[in-house]
Design a protein around this ligand. Structure first.
Ligand code: BDR
Ligand code: CA
Length: 310
């Protein structure tokens, strides 16, 4: 089993990413950390706790940074709803938060098992940057570092920038500048993972998981995007899928730098596939095996659905 530590900002696609990680038999989730992003930290943390209990998980959840390193917070309530899960309000959580701050939790968890844990970030990179500043050796301890964020052809928050990067470009610059390889699962890849009508038929018999979470979340998520007919892109689950089975996603080695100063391009992940190999700092996801991805997702959701606590 591969161990994963997930830094997230739930968030509708974060919720599905957590379900994939929890429901897939190849992964062991060793912790979840939260960051302000899609909605305010108070809500992303509350959602992480509620999802944890709803799914029947049993892992520490640690609250992290509520504000970007430098800029004013940027949220995406238009896409994820004011509290982050569309109109869904899961039951009050019984689990309590970890006493540790997410940054310390990330450092201590990776330090305790060097080379064993994949660090996956599916929200703005604020906690990751703070952890790198506090303990640079996390780059040696993480088995791999995989993000959902960025893109090499387009943005979604604006023409140049993807949300997780533009929400904290300085933090993203720290993460890409650190001496590890970042696996960048960006929009070019995630826009291939569309929960269209055919895909959603595969979720039809998931019982309470379907009626209480997946369907209302996807209905909400689907309404608030411009490419409605193709179905919403389930971005964050793609980063989890890569860790489960890297053969699902083709990557290309490249140099990625984050624009932090552009008047129109701040938050852009400037990707140079032609840079000299010794300057490459990232494996950039390009092509998804769409069918196998949805098979993986459906199997994990089935497992979660079958084990939902009462
Ligand atoms: C990313 O931004 C958030 O809105 C999603 O949860 C995902 O992590 C997609 O750009
Ligand atoms: Ca997210």
């Amino acid at each position: 089993m591969k161990k994963v530590l997930i830094d997230c900002d739930p968030g509708i696609d974060d919720a599905l990413a957590l379900a994939l990680a929890h429901g897939n038999p190849e992964l062991e989730v060793v912790g979840v950390t939260t960051v302000g992003g899609n909605v305010e930290l108070e809500h992303t943390t509350d959602n992480a706790l509620r999802l944890h209990d709803f799914y029947g998980m049993d892992v520490p959840i640690a609250r992290g940074a509520g504000r970007p390193l430098v800029r004013e917070p940027l949220t995406a309530g238009d896409v994820h709803g004011n509290t982050g899960l569309g109109d869904v309000l899961l039951p009050e959580p019984k689990s309590k938060l970890s006493d540790q701050h997410a940054v310390d939790f990330i450092i201590d968890t990776l330090a305790a098992a060097p080379g064993e844990i994949s660090l996956i970030a599916i929200g703005p990179l604020t906690n990751i940057a703070l952890a790198l500043r506090k303990e640079p050796r996390i780059t040696e301890w993480a088995a791999e570092f995989v993000i959902m964020g960025g893109s090499y052809t387009r943005g979604n928050r604006n023409p140049a920038a993807e949300f997780n990067i533009i929400a904290d470009p300085e933090a993203a610059a720290v993460a890409f500048g650190a001496p590890w390889r970042t696996v960048m699962v960006g929009l070019d890849l995630t826009h291939q993972a569309r929960a269209n009508a055919t895909v959603r038929e595969r979720f039809a018999d998931l019982g309470r998981l379907e009626t209480e979470l997946v369907t209302p979340c996807l209905d909400f998520y689907g309404q608030h995007i411009s490419y409605r007919d193709e179905g919403p892109a389930i971005h964050d689950a793609c980063a989890i899928a890569y860790v489960i089975d890297p053969s699902l996603i083709q990557t290309v080695s490249a140099r990625v730098d984050v624009e932090t100063q552009g008047r129109f391009t701040s938050g852009m992940t400037v990707t140079d596939f032609r840079a000299p190999a010794d300057q490459h700092n990232a494996d950039v996801a390009t092509t998804l095996d769409v069918d196998r991805f949805w098979t993986l997702m459906t199997g994990a959701l089935r497992n979660v659905a079958d084990r939902l606590p009462d």
